[in-house]
Design a protein around this ligand. Structure first.
Ligand code: ZN
Length: 463
């Protein structure tokens, strides 16, 4: 009996997660099962995004099941393409992930359609492929094992965004069982709304993310203070505070924190715009699944506070409403997508206000290589936005501690929990530098066999 792991996206890069697990239990029925974990979009530079157009390195018709760790586009973005290209098996995820995926795919199609028109390119999927995708989707609960033949599957809370999960796969052959865990993206506790990641102590094989595998985060408690200061500075200078926010989780966490700052009187009441239809819709999903929140957040909600509503906050859903933000005199706060400033409404605000020395751009999440957000974070003084050269005079700040991913210490602790049973660790979903650094750390400090696979690498393991 054997399993074979192939890394077909998110290998020495953050985005495009796509891992294939083939398993043959050696039983009489003897068929090799093919399972996919995530089928995400490559995001970042143009060259990177070109990969979304390439055919899959397997025949989608041969895949039996797809497990989806969470609703971010770099984990779900190519699922409709998979379906379009022949996948007809079942898709499993938690309920929030299913809802987020539908939102993200619809939104992404809108962006892809505009791009395809502009560049005269073929679309990687169409509207009907999303509908077909959703018809294959089945929601599962955390911590309830289900069986697909001789494969047991459990989704565990990953604490990264609402509904995010690690996929724990138990492969049994006769009396033997091997546990392989795909972490998806892990959370960075403590966070305002979510529970910490589930603690896994008996994995035999680990496929672990490494977004921040070579860095340490600043103190988590600093982040609320930084938000508060950024708002106060914007008020003092009568500037605009722009926050490119990922629509899912970052935005809701920011709202949650700002809600507290406003209601406790720590910041003055100023206009705060959530200028992202996707984030507004995602916030509805948060309201729908409060049962997934941590105890503290549940307590606040049960005490009657609407954490996504406070004086000064306005949701601007339509383009007209969005345009009217321009007429509101600063100081003001604008939160808008996309989180890495690749498309979305934020770039219109950046185009308008980045040249204003009184304004602030606050980066609250990971910025992929090649993205506008990354270039601004790296200190570029002149950037081209929507065809116009903009000189950057606004203050650029990052709150790394706001990251939804653990740093090297968090990742290390996660691996260490399973050190007694681990046979091999596969380090994925990080840029080469980060993935390789963390791989070396695991080898050197824990004495566990570890590798950072390159795109297309396969490992056949007898079990
Ligand atoms: Zn993610």
């Amino acid at each position: 009996m054997f399993m074979k792991l192939s890394f077909l996206g998110g290998a020495q890069e953050v985005t495009g997660a796509n891992h294939l697990l083939e398993y043959n239990s050696g039983s009489k029925s003897g068929q090799t099962k093919k399972l996919l974990v995530d089928c995400g979009m490559f995001q970042g530079s143009k060259v990177c995004e070109e990969q979304n157009h390439e055919p899959f390195r397997f025949d989608p018709k041969d895949i039996d099941f797809l497990f989806v760790t969470h609703g971010h586009l770099d984990h779900v973005g190519r699922i409709p393409k998979l379906v379009r290209d022949g996948f007809g098996g079942k898709i499993f995820s938690t309920e929030p992930t299913r809802d987020f995926a539908e939102l993200m795919l619809d939104d992404s199609l809108g962006i892809l359609s505009k791009e395809a028109e502009r560049e005269n390119k073929e679309l990687i999927y169409k509207k009907e492929d999303i509908a077909r995708t959703m018809s294959l989707w089945e929601a599962v609960e955390y911590d309830k094992e289900f069986y697909l033949g001789d494969i047991g599957v459990v989704f565990r809370d990953a604490g990264h965004i609402l509904g995010s999960a690690m996929v724990e796969i138990n492969l049994s052959a006769g009396a033997r069982t091997k546990k392989i865990v795909f972490t998806g993206d892990l959370g960075n506790p403590p966070v305002p709304l979510l529970r910490p990641p589930y603690k896994i102590t008996d994995a035999n094989f680990l496929v672990i993310e490494s977004t921040y595998g070579d860095r340490e985060h600043e103190d988590i408690n600093e982040r609320k203070l930084k938000i508060e200061r950024a708002i106060e500075d914007a008020v003092a200078k009568k500037g605009v505070l722009m926050i490119p926010a990922f629509s899912i989780e970052r935005t809701q966490e920011l709202l949650f924190e700002i809600n507290d700052l406003v209601e406790s009187g720590r910041i003055p009441k100023i206009p705060i715009f959530l200028d992202s239809p996707l984030a507004i819709r995602a916030t509805k999903v948060y309201r729908k699944y409060e049962k997934y929140y941590n105890k503290k957040a549940k307590f606040i909600i049960n005490s009657g506070d609407d954490v996504f509503k406070f004086p000064g906050l306005q949701f601007t859903l339509t383009t007209e409403e969005s345009k009217k933000i321009n007429d509101v005199l600063p100081p003001k706060v604008i939160m808008a997508g996309s989180g890495m400033s690749v498309g979305g409404r934020i770039i219109h605000h950046e185009k308008r206000y980045l040249s204003d020395p009184n304004s602030i751009l606050l980066l609250v999440g990971f910025q992929a290589a090649g993205s506008l957000g990354r270039r601004l974070a790296d200190g570029e003084k002149s950037v081209k936005i929507l065809g116009e050269e903009i000189s950057v005079r606004a203050r650029i700040e990052s709150v790394v501690g706001y990251s939804a991913h653990p740093d090297i210490n968090g990742l290390y602790n996660f691996v260490e929990n399973s050190v007694d049973s681990l046979e091999k660790v596969f380090v994925v979903q990080g840029e080469a530098k980060s993935a390789l650094f963390f791989t070396q750390r695991v080898r050197d400090y824990l004495g566990v066999d570890a590798v950072a696979p390159k795109l297309g690498d396969s490992f056949k393991i007898a079990i």
